[in-house]
Structure formats: structure tokens, C-alpha cells
Design a protein around this ligand. Structure first.
Ligand SMILES: Nc1nc2c(c(=O)[nH]1)N[C@H]1C(S)=C(S)[C@@H](COP(=O)(O)O)O[C@H]1N2
Ligand SMILES: [Mo]
Length: 203
């Protein structure tokens, strides 16, 4: 057998091991991009779309679509993990870091409630969305985010199960007291760390 066969085989196996180390317990690798929505896809015109930060803040903030698009942007490559057990590796997104959005308010709040067109909400500790861990993204794999996947813009919080990545997100409400969002009030785990299998209440 040729040297080439061995080196390709070895490389392939090492790569396989590196990939499986990135799949949290109980998850399997998904190559497609399933759509999971609790209701119909809303279609909000970019003319009326805005993103607001409200609640326990020194002053509420509002960005129109043009304002939002003019903010400093980041391109990120992230692995995502759905509680229904699929994980997708190396997904490419572009958008605005929550560090950027939240740097413009002063708050004593410790939690954020993301709210969306269609009424979906999800709750997150502030510390889980700061420090380069969360974005409002409007671009997926170089294309405007498909409405089914949350376009014009969705939250991306890849280190938590994907239900925390609220689609059609329209803003953040900062609160002192945590309160469960849509799936959290229906029995999903309050935090949702895939590496600790925080799937459902009591996990
Ligand atoms: N507004 C809104 N955001 C949502 C949901 C939803 O029903 N409504 N579903 C959540 C769930 S459970 C998952 S797994 C992901 C699915 O995102 P996808 O459809 O792009 O795969 O979106 C999350 N964000
Ligand atoms: Mo999900």
C-alpha cells in the first residue's frame, strides 16, 4: 500500500475524532438545517423593523434596520446544538455582538429576556450573552438569513441549546428577577447548557 493511503487514512481518523469531540453528549451530527418553529413565520417589513433594549436601563435604546446595519459587525463560525438532539458544526454567521449592543446602556439587571415577532421569548443570564458569547445575526452562510431561520435577524447564543437563539428577535428586556421564556415555562431547562445536558427542568 502506498504512503498516501496511510497518511490519508490517519488524517481522516484524527479529523473524525476531533469532530466527535465537538458533539455534546446525546447529540448527533446534522448536515442539513432543520427548521423548528413553535408558530408561523412572521414577515416584518424592514421599514417597520426595529431592535430595542428596554427594562432596567438608564435609557431605552432603539435601532432601525439601517441603524442596526451600520453597527460594528462580526463574522463568526460556531457549532450549534438543538435540544431535539442534532448538532451542526462550523456554521457561519454575521451580525452584531451583544457586547456592542449592551455597551450603550447602563444597567443593574442580571437577566435578559429576548422578545420576538410572533411573541416568542427566551430568558438568559446577562453573563451568558456578554464576553463574545452572543450575537444578533442577519446573515447565514453569506446570505441574508432566511425567514424560516429567523430572518431578518435572530439571536445566536451557540454555547446554549438552540431554543435560546430566538428567531425574529426584536429586542432585549433587562430584568433584575429572572423569568422563564416560552419553552422554559413549558418544561425546558432554565439554562440549557448542552455540555451538561441541561435539556429539561430537573436535568
Ligand atoms: N421566535 C422563535 N424563535 C425560536 C423558536 C421559535 O419557535 N420561535 N424555536 C427555537 C428552537 S426550539 C430552536 S431548536 C431554534 C431552531 O432554529 P432553526 O429553525 O433555524 O433551526 O430556534 C429557536 N428560536
Ligand atoms: Mo429546539
Amino acid at each position: 500500500m502506498s504512503q498516501g493511503f496511510f497518511s490519508r487514512g490517519f488524517h481522516g481518523r484524527r479529523q473524525e475524532n476531533e469532530l466527535s469531540a465537538r458533539i455534546p453528549p446525546g447529540q448527533h451530527l446534522e448536515h442539513g438545517f432543520p427548521v423548528l418553529s413553535a408558530g408561523p413565520t412572521p414577515h416584518t417589513s424592514l421599514v417597520t423593523w426595529d431592535f430595542t433594549i428596554q427594562g432596567e436601563v438608564d435609557q431605552p435604546l432603539r435601532w432601525t434596520w439601517d441603524d442596526f446595519r451600520a453597527l460594528p459587525r462580526e463574522a463568526v463560525t460556531q457549532d450549534i446544538h438543538c435540544v431535539t438532539k442534532w448538532s451542526k458544526l462550523d456554521t457561519h454567521w454575521e451580525g452584531v455582538s451583544l457586547d456592542t449592543l449592551l455597551s450603550r446602556v447602563t444597567t443593574s439587571a442580571r437577566f435578559v429576556i429576548a422578545f420576538c415577532d410572533g411573541g416568542y421569548t427566551t430568558n438568559l443570564p446577562l453573563e451568558d450573552v456578554l464576553g463574545g458569547k452572543a450575537w444578533v445575526v442577519d446573515t447565514y452562510e453569506g446570505q441574508p438569513l432566511d425567514p424560516q431561520h429567523g430572518g431578518p435577524a435572530r439571536l445566536l447564543v451557540p454555547h446554549l441549546y438552540f431554543w435560546k437563539s430566538a428567531k425574529w428577535v426584536r429586542g432585549l428586556r433587562l430584568v433584575d428577577q429572572d423569568e422563564p421564556g416560552f419553552w422554559e415555562s413549558l418544561g425546558y431547562h432554565n439554562h440549557g447548557d448542552p455540555w451538561n445536558e441541561e435539556r429539561y427542568q430537573g436535568d
